[in-house]
Design a protein around this ligand. Structure first.
Ligand code: NAD
Length: 325
């Protein structure tokens, strides 16, 4: 065992981001404990890690206390897409709030460093662009997205109260739209939606005309940012925005996906869902300065890797991609 080997726990480790994080931590020589209740996470995401003597997967719901010994905790457990977090909104809030209390309690007891996967959703439908970390947000507390947005806001509060009250070693990352292989095919998020529909030759739905903008960060870049944040001195807690500041209209994303897949899918127009933000873009000056981090993977490259993943997934399910060869 190397002197720098750490015991690292990743909650939500079988999910999209968590599985990439587990993989990367193992590659860097750490012992990884993946904790997940498999609500949206899949065993397939971590199947290739099972058998590695430094990897352990544990089925556990973080709304219940957990007693383990680790050096670092990445708290990612929480459904992240509207279809999933609105499926059982009470459980979503519980996962963010009670889950944070349980994980912070654990970190406090064992003196571990703990990083919270917060979200750009805490800014709600923002009235300033791009969003800096000191912007306090514009969240509808009563809407269908509030279970996620307010749960994550309360989790941030808990992190900073544990810091003030118990001197727990905390880090808070505010993650913006991230995409890549292992996204859930039915999560309704715009990148996976467009790609899967394009590959199947199904209609691509543009909500509200597609003029609303988004900025997309490739998963490898995001994981790199989270690990840099975890490695900072105890004096640096964040919150720090992690995301890609290069903003594009959603209609341009549709065009790119159609071009890169060679799909002949039709684009159709639908009404914008309630509380869907019109614009979302991170200011990453703090991440650049404090973490020496910025996204590096160009959008087309990341999309091609994600398309290849979904092509393989559809093929394994016996579905032929309905695109021009
Ligand atoms: N992907 C993004 O663009 C994005 C953006 C902002 C924030 N985030 C945050 O990053 C984290 C991971 O997101 P993701 O995209 O990988 O989502 P995901 O749904 O793929 O992963 C979440 C994981 O948490 C697990 N989980 C849910 N509730 C749990 C519970 N109570 N106990 C244990 N495990 C539980 C799920 O089974 C899943 O494996 C989430 O906290 C999310 O809020 C993601």
């Amino acid at each position: 065992m190397s002197l720098t080997r750490k015991r690292v726990m990743v909650t939500g480790g079988a999910g999209f981001l968590g599985s990439h994080l587990c993989e990367r931590l193992l590659r860097e020589g750490h012992d990884v404990l993946c904790v997940d209740n498999y609500f949206t996470g899949r065993k397939d995401n971590i199947a290739h890690l099972i058998g590695d003597p430094h990897f352990e997967a544990m089925r556990h719901d973080i709304t219940f206390p957990l007693y383990v010994e680790v050096d670092e905790v990445y708290n990612l457990a929480c459904p992240a897409s509207p279809v999933h977090y609105q499926y059982d909104p009470v459980q979503t809030t519980k996962t963010s709030v009670i889950g944070a209390i349980n994980m912070l309690g654990l970190a406090k007891r064992i003196g571990a460093k703990i990083l919270q996967a917060s979200t750009s959703e805490i800014y709600g439908d923002p009235t300033v662009h791009p969003q800096t970390e000191d912007y306090r947000g514009n969240v509808n507390t009563l809407g269908p997205r509030a279970c996620y947005d307010e749960g994550k806001r309360c989790a941030e509060t808990l992190f900073f109260d544990y810091l003030r009250q118990h001197h727990t070693r905390i880090k808070v990352a505010r993650i913006f739209n991230t995409y890549g292989p292992r996204m859930h095919p039915n999560d309704g998020r715009v990148v996976s939606n467009f790609i899967v529909h394009a590959l199947r030759g199904q209609e691509i739905a543009l909500y509200g005309g597609g003029a609303q903008t988004r900025a997309f960060c490739y998963v490898d870049d995001l994981i790199d940012g989270m690990m840099r944040l975890m490695a900072t001195d105890d004096g640096f807690t964040g919150p720090v925005n992690l995301g890609n500041p290069h903003e594009i209209p959603v209609s341009e994303l549709a065009d790119r996906v159609l071009r890169l897949t060679g799909s002949r899918s039709k684009v159709v127009h639908r009404e914008l869902p309630q509380d869907d933000p019109l614009q979302r873009c991170p200011d990453i000056a703090l991440a650049r300065r404090a973490l020496n981090w910025e996204p590096r993977v160009p959008l087309d490259d990341g999309l091609l890797r994600t398309i290849a993943y979904f092509e393989r997934m559809l093929a394994e399910r016996g579905e032929q991609a309905a695109v021009a060869s």
